[in-house]
Write a protein that binds this ligand. Structure first.
Ligand SMILES: *Cc1c(COP(=O)(O)O)cnc(C)c1O
Length: 352
């Protein structure tokens, strides 16, 4: 924690967190302490939406701690991983001073969060010819305060080798926080790095319920780190980040039957990914299909805008990646349900 303290913005370290009514006293008894309405709204469905929610609901936190096999004081529940990215940037980067390292092509929110905070962005581009692996040596000497890695990476679908990530953590100890965004790890043939948190006080893992768990609309992300970082970020998170309906629906999804459902869908999506990769490879306009450890495929085609247009004309939306560094002519295709995937195959196997 000492090393992490030295990295955090001093004004955040010094900040006394806002004390909400719910954080000062439990939400039981005659509640005249939070200026709430005493009566639930119409059709409340037992949620008591007239009352503020628990800032970090213990039961849900425990379920997620069990799921990720990490003590519950290592978790911060956030409004999607997007909020985790924002909190990290605000807690560690002084505007006009500190830098964030990213490895494009990558998820766009790392750069957005950095720019909003006034942190400079250092780009360490990934190259398809090097299997989209970062220049580890350059990353370890970049001087950035925060390094954002993503594994499997969006949009390249590539996985980072555990050994190199851990070497980077060690190299950057006392100098930078290494954030590994594992939004798609459920789809990979690899384990999460969560079990490395204990040995690395500068490692932060981002997990999300938005992808494999089918809860993108609920907005729940989980930031995993040593308790010192979790406590630091709790100072700057909104007082009540988690709406009660979100907590209720996510908790239900994590039940034993919900877990079964997730695993079954995940397996089906992986199967579909393999089927799509094979079939797309043989499509006349496809140059290459990159290996994928996620629930999408990155595909290089003859003419990305033309494919986007044809697909769109048939009501199919794809994501053009051809403006991303190193991804000329590339399109990202999310793996859908079999009949959705078939609709796209139909189109690409029989071009006009
Ligand atoms: C989809 C995605 C997320 C998830 O963000 P949420 O805010 O949790 O929905 C995080 N990181 C990456 C790289 C993603 O592609």
């Amino acid at each position: 924690m000492n090393s992490v303290k030295a990295l955090a913005r001093p004004e955040i370290l010094a900040l006394q967190a806002y004390s909400s009514a719910r954080s000062l006293a439990p939400g039981t008894g005659i509640l005249l302490n939070a200026n709430e309405n005493p009566w639930p709204p119409a059709d409340d469905q037992g949620l008591e939406l007239n009352r503020y929610p628990d800032p970090q609901p213990q039961e849900l936190k425990q379920s997620l701690a069990d799921l990720y096999q990490i003590p519950d004081d290592h978790l911060l529940l956030t409004r999607g991983s997007d909020e985790g990215i924002d909190l990290l940037t605000r807690a560690f980067c002084r505007a006009g001073h500190d830098q964030v390292a990213i490895c494009p092509p990558c998820f766009g929110m790392y750069e957005i969060a950095a720019r909003i905070q006034g942190a400079a962005v250092l780009n360490f581009e990934l190259d398809a010819d090097r299997d989209f692996l970062p220049d580890w040596r350059a990353l370890s000497t970049s001087g950035a305060k925060l390094v954002f890695l993503c594994s499997p990476n969006n949009p390249t679908a590539s996985l980072l080798p555990k050994k190199e990530v851990l070497n980077l953590c060690r190299d950057l100890r006392d100098r930078a926080i290494v954030v590994v965004d594992e939004a798609y790890i459920e789809f990979a043939d690899a384990r999460s790095l969560t079990d490395q948190i204990a040995a690395n006080d500068n490692l932060v893992i981002l997990r999300t319920l938005s992808k494999a768990w089918a809860l993108a609309g609920a907005r729940l992300g989980v930031l995993i780190a040593q308790p010192g970082i979790v406590r630091l970020l709790r100072k700057i998170i909104a007082p009540y980040p988690l709406p009660k309906p979100t907590v209720a629906r996510v908790s239900a999804a994590l039940s034993a039957s919900g877990r079964q459902r997730m695993l079954q869908q995940r397996d089906q999506l992986i199967q579909e990914r393999q089927r799509m990769a094979m079939r797309l490879q043989d499509c006349p306009e496809v140059i290459s299909v990159f290996p994928s450890a996620a629930n999408f495929l990155l595909v290089r085609v003859d003419n990305a805008p033309a494919l986007m247009r044809t697909a769109h004309a048939h009501g199919i939306l794809l994501r053009d990646q051809s403006n991303q560094p190193g991804l000329a002519h590339c399109v990202r295709i999310s793996i859908g349900a079999p009949e959705q995937n078939n609709a796209l195959l139909e189109l690409m196997e029989n071009p006009a």
